[in-house]
Each structure stands twice: as structure tokens, then as C-alpha cells.
Design a protein around this ligand. Structure first.
Ligand code: FMN
Ligand code: 7N5
Length: 375
């Protein structure tokens, strides 16, 4: 297995692990506490089988969709993740170029290591960009960030709602996770000094610098009225990321969001939160076709995408494999990840007898324990 030759995302992950410094690997791969949710995100996909329907003309399969008025090549977005420069010196620029080349949207993290204007430049040709928002206690800063993104051409914000505090990731505590000198989440420049991200903890502070910065800056008093607050000054679409309960999904629709991302933050926030795939159907039942429903967590195969769509998702987001591709081979590595997922999704559609996204329905799936007679 050379850098150039991996045949699935597990092999790519192993290559990334070998390449990255231990502290970075620990940060990327961790879930919180006992990592029950991290494991369950993957396990949930194994709990479903796909019942193929045969003798369907699948000589052409149409993977395209329209989301927020823009055409995507297939139903995949890049999930927001902090600090891409820890994987590759080009950081988010390489990721954005890959998104553009593959015609899928990228969601940029508040904690990006490249400025949003520069990411927007690199993403020219991508269907759209979204800015993930961590809501700071300082609301003037938050408003400026949103307005800056709007001005830079971002189409939407995704407000992360599952992180009133950062989850407890034990690898980060053990490794005293901090950013190398000279690297910082640049959008936060006016709030936090570069030294603060690199400083080792003293006294009773959280050992992980990322947890410390988060604790000091982000607003754990965030509630639903935030959506109306943003509406009052911004015309951008507003999504909420981190929804698991159908009651929260309904509440989000009530307060007027434009989309929901079902997520448990890749198992990095509340340990023992349910696997995201298990939450999709319930949430779809609750909100119907009111707003687009996205999901993330453990999506690694084309069949995973098919399962998420069959349960009611309109599209999925993928997280860690993007960082693995970036670490192993920069922009090309990210493109290879996306291309592989697209190829495998097409294959899953063909072999299950689904020539269009519309034909990927719940009756193609059988959950473990369900009798075949359910179909
Ligand atoms: C290293 C890393 C950094 C992340 N940073 C952010 C972030 O800045 N904002 C956010 O909303 N989610 C963040 N997430 C969560 C992802 O957006 C996404 O929910 C999760 O990674 C999806 O699961 P997957 O990695 O199994 O595909 C991060 C995840 C990882 C692994
Ligand atoms: C303060 C950065 C937080 C990034 C994040 O969301 C994660 O590591 O999961």
C-alpha cells in the first residue's frame, strides 16, 4: 500500500495515521470519553441491509440533485472541521479546490486556518460554500463574522448547536493538544491571540488548548432565539447542525431554519448520544419535506450514502476521510476521496436497482431483526 494506492477509506485512514504527528492524529480520530457514539455511528450502518430490486434499467444512473438552488454532482458535502493546516500546509485552500473540482459544497469551520475570503476564492466553481458558526459570547464579533461571510459570497451558515462546551476528548487531554506556533484559527484573530492557541495549560485549566479557547469564547447560553437574531440582519440561509431529537428538529423548523443537519459531531460531543443514522427516519417523519435534511457521522461507503437517503436524508456530509485525504496527498487526496465515494454510490444505486435519487426509498432497506415480510 503506497501513498497513491489505497482501495477504501479504511486503508486511507491507516496511511494518514502513519503520516500525522501523534497529537494531530489523536485530535482528528478521537471521540469523547468512552467513544461509544463514535463506534455506534459506524455500527449503525451495519444494522441495515439493502434489498436489491432487479431487472431495472440502470444503464444510466442520475446522482445529481439541487440543493438551495444549486446543482450538486452527487448528494455529498464536506463537513466542517477545524484546522485543515494540521493535515497539509495548504489547509482549507486545498480542500476548497477539491470541492470545486468535484462540484460539491464545502462547509467551512469557524476554526479554519485560512480566511474565508481566501477559501471563497479557492472554491470558485463549487456549487456553494457554507460557513459553520460557533456562536461566540461576543455577539458583535459573531455578527461581523456572518456579515463577512455573506459579503464573501457564502450561501448559508450552519450553526453548530451540539457544543455548549467542547466534548471531553481524552487523547487531547493526554497530549495537551495545542496548535503549533504560527498556526491559528484566523477568523478568531481579533478575539484570541495566536499565543493562546499554542500555550500549554497551567493550573486547573483544561489541558487541551482547543477546549480552553472554546470554553473562554463560545456561548453556552445559546438558545433558539438566536435564529431570529441572525434573520434580522442577514439574508443568508440558516441551518442548524447537531440535531438528534425529532422535537428539536420540529422546534428548528418552527423558528424558521432553512435546513437541518442530523449530527452528533462525529461522536465528539455527548458520548452515548445515538448514532446519527438511527435518528434520520424519526426526524424525517417529524419535519416531512419542510426543509432539506442532511446527516453526518460514519459515512464511509457508497452504500452508506444510499442507506442514509433511503431513511430520509437529502444528502450526507463527510468528515474525517477528507482530512485523511488531505494529509496523505493534499488537494488530490481530497479529490480521490470524493471520487471514490461518488463511484461507490453509483455502484450501490446500480446494484440495488435505483436509477435516480428518488427511487432510493425505505422499502429498499431491511433493518437487522426486521422480518423479510416487511418488504
Ligand atoms: C478533527 C475534527 C474537527 C471538527 N471540527 C468541527 C468544527 O469546527 N465545527 C463543527 O461543527 N464540527 C466539527 N467537527 C464535526 C464534523 O463536522 C462532523 O460532524 C463529523 O466529523 C462527521 O463525522 P465523520 O467524521 O464520522 O464523517 C469536527 C470533526 C473532526 C473529526
Ligand atoms: C474549538 C474547535 C472545535 C473544533 C471541533 O468542533 C472539534 O474538534 O470537534
Amino acid at each position: 500500500m503506497t501513498d497513491q494506492h489505497w482501495v477504501n477509506l479504511d486503508e486511507l485512514e491507516a496511511l494518514a495515521m502513519k503520516k500525522l504527528p501523534k497529537m494531530v492524529w489523536g485530535y482528528y480520530s478521537s471521540g469523547s470519553e468512552s467513544e461509544a457514539t463514535l463506534r455506534d455511528n459506524r455500527a449503525a450502518f451495519l444494522r441495515y441491509n439493502i434489498m436489491p430490486r432487479l431487472m431495472v434499467d440502470v444503464s444510466k444512473v442520475d446522482t445529481t440533485l439541487t440543493l438551495f438552488g444549486e446543482k450538486l454532482d452527487f448528494p455529498l458535502l464536506i463537513a466542517p472541521m477545524a484546522y485543515h493546516k494540521l493535515a497539509n500546509p495548504e489547509g482549507e485552500v486545498a480542500t476548497a479546490r477539491a470541492a470545486a473540482a468535484c462540484r460539491i459544497p464545502m462547509i467551512q469551520s469557524t476554526m479554519a486556518t485560512v480566511r474565508k475570503e481566501e477559501v471563497a476564492q479557492a472554491a470558485k466553481g463549487a456549487p456553494f460554500l457554507m460557513l459553520q458558526l460557533y456562536v461566540t459570547k461576543n455577539r458583535d464579533f459573531c455578527r461581523n463574522l456572518i456579515m463577512g461571510a455573506q459579503k464573501a459570497g457564502y450561501k448559508a451558515i450552519a450553526v453548530t448547536v451540539d457544543a455548549p462546551r467542547l466534548g471531553h476528548r481524552e487523547a487531547d487531554e493526554r497530549d495537551s493538544f495545542h496548535l503549533p506556533e504560527g498556526m491559528a484559527p484566523v477568523e478568531l484573530d481579533s478575539l484570541v491571540s495566536a499565543e493562546e492557541h499554542a500555550r500549554q495549560a497551567t493550573g486547573d485549566e483544561p489541558k487541551s488548548a482547543v477546549a480552553r479557547v472554546f470554553y473562554n469564547q463560545m456561548d453556552s447560553a445559546l438558545t433558539w432565539d438566536f435564529v431570529a437574531w441572525v434573520r434580522a440582519f442577514s439574508s443568508m440561509r440558516i441551518l442548524v447542525k447537531g440535531i438528534l431529537s425529532p422535537f428539536d428538529a420540529l422546534r428548528a423548523v418552527e423558528v424558521g431554519v432553512d435546513g437541518i443537519i442530523v449530527s452528533n459531531h462525529g461522536g465528539r460531543q455527548l458520548d452515548f448520544a445515538p448514532a446519527t443514522l438511527d435518528c434520520v427516519a424519526n426526524i424525517k417523519r417529524a419535519i416531512g419535506d419542510t426543509v432539506p435534511l442532511l446527516m453526518d457521522g460514519g459515512v464511509r461507503r457508497g452504500t452508506d450514502i444510499l442507506k442514509a437517503l433511503a431513511l430520509g436524508a437529502d444528502a450526507v456530509c463527510v468528515g474525517r476521510p477528507i482530512l485523511h485525504g488531505l494529509a496523505v496527498n493534499g488537494q488530490q487526496g481530497v479529490q480521490d476521496v470524493i471520487k471514490m465515494m461518488r463511484r461507490d454510490f453509483e455502484q450501490a444505486m446500480r446494484l440495488s436497482g435505483c436509477p435516480s435519487l428518488k427511487s432510493i426509498t425505505r422499502d429498499k432497506l431491511l433493518k437487522q431483526g426486521e422480518p423479510l415480510s416487511r418488504l
